[in-house]
Design a protein around this ligand. Structure first.
Ligand code: GLA
Length: 766
């Protein structure tokens, strides 16, 4: 039993492999408080933790019951307007305009398994929301019902744990049991109160992932002080700018040590994620849909489901935190049949041709790619309507026969003849003002009547919350997929939402739009996978603006960033890997100089960095230097040989350039400890340096391993080269125990020049 209720003390213990969360129902008032979340402890009577001993000016409902000191107690579902002045988890306005609520314990139940989450579309259809599920180990769920009897509102708080995970997943549903409507202005999926004392005499650090287009998910770290630290999206997608992620950690927490409380949200739309510290050193961490652009009119009898939040606690640093997220996502969130499969090595024509392509060009690229061992051609933007640049045709999903005579069938047949799979790009949620669709249905774009909506990349967003628009969009995609042999779809979304107005929503309900938009995307992708269960779906949003747990429920991989510069990718991928498994990270080798940064880098280094993700190429293979083309067969071979380690293994950070000043290194280790992969990238030449000691991680201390420099198997290897081989042979140790490799480490040679790589297979011998 992992969830346990003690009737006498009215304490509920939620336990994972190594953590305990303890909720307390206070005696006098029936508040639900969180008295403990941390490393696993005994199921002791923790009610003493309710007694906070606060000063005279703190509001309370009851002078005796310390758990009711409203502005100080550790509330599990803090409401607003009744004396707790910290960020609330729920704000509701009644039909008179009062925005006071107070949710008290009513009942709870504990059950085996875990329920699915659903959201209702305006036409009355229930759409499944992405959330974790259970396949191999039994999940256990606690559902607590809280009630505000004045409002006639119930809140169902749901907590699930899995046998094989140290994460706790949480969600909240509000139900209007009264005869009057209310408006939900804020509903967080999780709110966690902690005492700063957890960190001793220090304040914690806050770690978030932030960026912009072509610079997504850089790791950001600063100290928490009084007030709020928040990251958020109001863009209708999770965004390039911030991830729905925040970790509170020890000041000195590092990759393999330190306490961390981390949270994320399984959601692809607007979110708010924050931590606040108040005058009593109480810390409140919260995550949920963003109250900005949100107001949900909840009518009598209706319910509203907030997305699922994930909480992780560890005392073993960031590697362990990442392992918990990675395993949870791989084992309990990603549904694709491709999750554990080797993905086809693809070549995408975007950076090769942009809009300027035709069947012949594509077939030339595909034929050359086939010779090199590449397995799939992905035709990117520009194959439909009259789209020769990004000014037109989104919405007109008819094949441009000037570029592709005979249509997709001819192209896909030709590809099949060559022995290549075929993938295609779509941007189904959008419409160009210059398109037949927009000319026919201008009202299908999201806009406020009387206002000219802003354009981004010269396009509008279709109002897919309307069922007729959604059905049309779905049919366009489905018809195309049925018209030819298509194995893969890259589903793009290249602008953010603005001008939130929908002709499909009742007047007064526009505050529903951004939430429903996200649900509509889920509906479309859910339908697609139901009709085409073998389709390999890759999500994308102007690079990586919709890289989130919600999308992983549909696609096992997401395009990480439009920035394919391998040096830039080091920080983008390191941030992405904080949360997401390497197997989900779309990563391609592109041309040099790089199209975004203009930086030139050796081909093997570009390959080594892309090998940490789904791996593919994004260049004109017919135009790259002969030597680079000649290297591809070996690179593809390396991917096939070691792909499993990246896909299934545990990821460890060894060193980052930000700290070492000149190199980056990381590892993946198969869970059974038999094989591992070490990637070392030297970012710049380092004068008068020496060989660098690297301590390996994640190995079995008692096993014996050998280290093999990858790319030495062939005399003509272009991946490693003779010089590197020789430099390594001078320093290479013989077979060593995992213990030695992890504690004494190995010495890697200093390599000549800027940008160089070495990859090692670490193989267990005994
Ligand atoms: C976005 C994607 C790119 C490419 C273009 C096409 O920017 O991230 O990979 O597909 O759109 O317009």
């Amino acid at each position: 039993m992992r969830i346990y209720y003690d009737e006498e003390s009215r304490l509920i213990f939620i336990e994972t492999k190594s953590t305990t969360m303890c909720l307390a129902i206070t005696d006098t008032e029936g508040f639900l408080n969180n008295v403990y979340y941390g490393i696993k402890i005994q199921r002791d009577d923790l009610r003493y933790l309710l007694r906070t001993g606060v000063g005279p000016f703190v509001p309370s409902v009851n002078e005796r019951d310390r758990g009711s000191y409203l502005d100080c107690a550790r509330f599990e579902f803090p409401s607003s307007g009744a004396g707790d002045y910290r960020p609330s988890a729920v704000t509701v306005t009644d039909d008179k305009g009062h925005d006071v609520s107070q949710f008290l314990y009513k009942s709870h139940r504990i059950y085996e398994g875990k329920d699915k989450l659903f959201a209702r579309m305006p036409e009355g259809v229930d759409v499944r929301m992405p959330s974790t599920f259970d396949v191999k180990s039994g999940a256990e769920t606690l559902e607590i019902t809280l009630s505000d009897d004045v409002l006639g509102l119930e809140a169902k708080l749901s907590y699930s744990v899995f046998e094989d995970s140290d994460a706790i997943v949480k969600s909240v549903k509000l139900i209007n049991k009264s005869d009057s409507p209310v408006t939900i202005n804020r509903l967080h999926s999780s709110s966690l109160d902690l005492d700063r004392g957890v960190w001793g005499d220090k304040t914690p650090d806050v770690v978030t992932l932030s960026g912009t287009w072509a610079r997504e998910r850089h790791i950001d770290r600063r100290s928490l002080s009084r007030g709020n630290v928040e990251v958020y999206s109001t863009r209708g997608e999770t965004s390039h700018q911030f991830q729905p992620f925040m970790a509170l950690c020890d000041k000195n927490a590092g990759n393999d040590h330190g306490k961390i409380y981390a949270q994320t949200l399984i959601w692809s739309g607007n979110f708010l994620c924050g931590s606040s510290m108040d005058q009593f050193d109480n810390i409140r961490s919260y995550i949920g849909i963003n109250p900005e652009h949100f107001a949900w009119d909840l009518k009598s009898g209706e319910s509203f489901q907030a997305p699922e939040a994930v909480l992780v606690y560890t005392e073993k640093g960031f590697d362990e935190m990442s392992h918990i997220f990675h395993d949870l996502f791989r084992d309990h969130l990603i549904r694709s049949p491709y999750l554990h499969r080797e993905r086809p090595v693809l070549i995408n024509n975007w950076e090769a041709t942009y809009f300027d392509f035709d069947t012949d060009k594509l077939i030339n690229i595909a034929s050359e790619a086939k010779k090199c061992g590449i397995e799939m051609l992905v035709m990117d933007d520009g194959w439909f309507g009259v789209r020769n640049d990004d000014n037109s045709s989104l919405g007109d999903w008819t094949v441009n026969e000037e570029k592709l005579p005979g249509g997709l069938k001819v192209l896909s047949d030709k590809l099949e003849e060559i022995g290549m799979k075929f993938g295609i790009w779509f941007e189904p949620e959008m419409v160009s003002p210059d398109s037949d669709l927009y000319r026919l249905h201008p009202d299908w774009a999201i806009a406020v009547p009387g206002r000219k909506p802003c354009r981004m990349r010269n396009q509008y967003v279709l109002d897919i919350t309307r069922s007729e628009v959604r059905d049309h969009v779905y049919k366009c995609v489905s018809d195309i997929l049925k018209s030819a042999k298509i194995s893969y779809v890259k589903w793009d979304m290249n602008r953010q939402l603005s001008d939130l107005g929908s002709e499909g929503l009742e007047p007064g309900s526009m505050g529903r739009l951004s939430y429903l938009y996200t649900i509509a995307v889920y509906d479309l992708q859910g339908r697609l996978l139901e009709e085409f269960p073998d389709l390999l779906l890759e999500n994308c949003s102007g690079g990586g603006a919709r890289f989130d747990g919600g999308m992983l429920f549909y696609s096992p991989q997401i395009w990480c960033s439009d920035d394919t510069d391998a040096y830039e990718r080091l920080s983008i991928q390191a941030g992405t890997e904080m949360l997401y498994p390497l197997s989900t990270m779309g990563a391609h080798v592109s041309a040099s100089p790089n199209h975004i940064t203009g930086r030139s880098m050796p081909f093997d280094v570009r390959c080594a960095v892309a090998l940490s993700g789904t791996f593919g190429y994004e260049l004109d293979i017919t135009k790259i230097p002969e030597e680079d083309r000649g290297a591809i067969p070996e690179q593809v071979e390396i991917y096939h040989r070691y792909g499993e380690i990246v896909r299934e293994g545990d990821y460890y950070r060894i060193a980052s350039e930000a700290e070492t000043d000149y190199f980056d290194a990381w590892m993946s280790v198969l869970k059974d400890g038999t094989r591992a992969l070490l990637t070392y990238v030297q970012c710049k030449a380092y004068p008068n340096g020496k060989g660098r000691c690297i301590k390996l991680k994640g190995l079995d201390p008692d096993a014996v391993y050998e280290l093999n420099l990858i790319g030495t198997e062939r005399d003509d290897s272009l991946f490693c080269g003779r010089e590197k081989k020789k430099a390594w042979e001078d320093l290479a140790p013989g077979a060593l125990s995992g213990d030695t490799l992890m504690n004494a480490g190995i010495i890697l040679p200093l390599l000549p020049g800027d940008y160089a790589q070495m990859m090692f297979e670490i193989k267990r011998l005994a």
